[in-house]
Write a new protein. Structure first.
Length: 373
């Protein structure tokens, strides 16, 4: 065993020691980025390569795109095969964005104003996406796919507009391809709640309020949980989230607190069931199933070992599994191969822990909150 593996094992155990515990074998699958644009098509991808952008070296740019009809139907086919002892299917907590940039209006403003479009309008612009909204509703009804709030859009608006106003060749080219790609191998525009100035926190608060209202209009219910894009947020926004119904904050064991611009962060540790000043509870991801992002020959073994470790410490197993793993628009093999792995993962979970309980993040949050009443 090498030093890297030893560190992983130590970290896995340290995450699971403090905080709320239960002997119940609870599994939650948290999946981020649903509804957000990324790479629009293979044609745009090829144009980027011709321009010299190294998009082939970025998994997100190479594989991730707005989910299509086939993506959701294939995912549901796998999830619907299984039921726990309470009759519940494995369910994806689909952390979703409800809007994307309106490129036409932004351009017509001379890049002086930001405009967004509802995600349903975005879907209309993509082929094989005409049934996505109906499939979201079907997933909710069948308890296979349960959206929660990930933000209004997966975009740092101020930073992106500032870059557009400089009108570099890279920015104009990527903008005209209807992407928010920076032209560089970074995620500076993806960190929606990162801050470059103190005034950004006020802008983020307004975006969150608008986004939560739009979420309710879209899905018909309040989002009880939230996860910040890229695990980056100023703790001050938690008060706003609380005022608009968010009771549970999803995340990793460390929060990235903005501290002077992209890549400048303070780290804040969180643990299971920890509460803040607004009586919100933190839910901590302690398992990973990311075959498109983490290249390893033992993806299943690693995830199963992480689940076993969580249960050993009497913790729920909260699995991080981003949308990218289940998208086939750009590379159908990505979806096909990873769904085969997901099927194997679920089969092994049921075999090793027959009394497993599957639920969404908000339901786990309710259990934790009721424990402390």
């Amino acid at each position: 065993m090498n030093l890297r593996e030893i560190k992983k094992i130590c970290t896995r155990n340290l995450i699971n020691i403090p905080g709320w515990h239960t002997k119940r074998k609870i599994v939650v699958i948290e999946s981020d980025d649903w509804g957000s644009i990324r790479m629009p098509s293979n044609e745009v991808y090829e144009e980027f390569l011709k321009k010299g952008y190294k998009v082939d070296q970025s998994d997100y740019n190479r594989l991730d795109s707005l989910e299509c009809n086939d993506d959701l139907m294939a995912l549901y086919d796998v999830l619907s095969k299984y039921k726990d002892l309470d009759g519940n299917h494995p369910v994806f907590t689909a952390n979703s964005l409800v809007a994307n940039p309106d490129f036409k209006k932004i351009k017509n403003s001379g890049f002086s104003q930001y405009y967004y479009e509802h995600v349903i309008e975005t879907l209309k612009q993509y082929p094989n996406h005409d049934n996505v909204f109906n499939l979201w509703q079907e997933g909710i009804k069948k308890e296979l796919f349960y959206p929660q709030f990930h933000g209004r859009e997966h975009l740092n608006i101020s930073r992106w507009l500032s870059a557009l106003n400089k009108a570099s060749d890279d920015m104009m080219f990527t903008f005209n391809c209807n992407t928010t790609f920076s032209g560089k191998d970074d995620y500076s525009f993806m960190e929606a709640y990162d801050q470059d100035t103190k005034d950004d926190i006020h802008k983020h608060a307004l975006t969150i309020i608008d986004g939560l209202k739009l979420f309710k209009e879209t899905f018909g219910y309040l989002s009880k949980s939230f996860i910040a894009p890229c695990y980056t947020w100023n703790s001050d926004i938690e008060e706003i989230l609380s005022e608009y119904g968010v009771k549970y904050i999803q995340g990793s064991s460390f929060q990235n607190i903005p501290n002077g611009g992209f890549g400048q962060y303070k780290k804040k540790f969180h643990y299971f069931g920890q509460t803040n000043n607004y009586n919100q509870y933190y839910l901590i991801r302690n398992c990973i199933f990311e075959p498109s992002l983490i290249k390893t020959n033992n993806t299943l073994a690693y995830t199963l070992d992480s689940i076993a470790n969580a249960f050993m410490w009497n913790k729920p197993a909260i699995i991080s599994s981003h949308r990218i793993n289940y998208i086939g628009s750009l590379d159908e093999n990505n979806r096909t191969e990873n769904l085969l792995l997901l099927n194997q993962l679920l089969k092994n979970i049921f075999k090793r822990w027959p009394n497993v309980e599957f639920m969404s993040s908000d339901k786990l949050g309710d259990i934790i909150a009721n424990t402390y009443v």
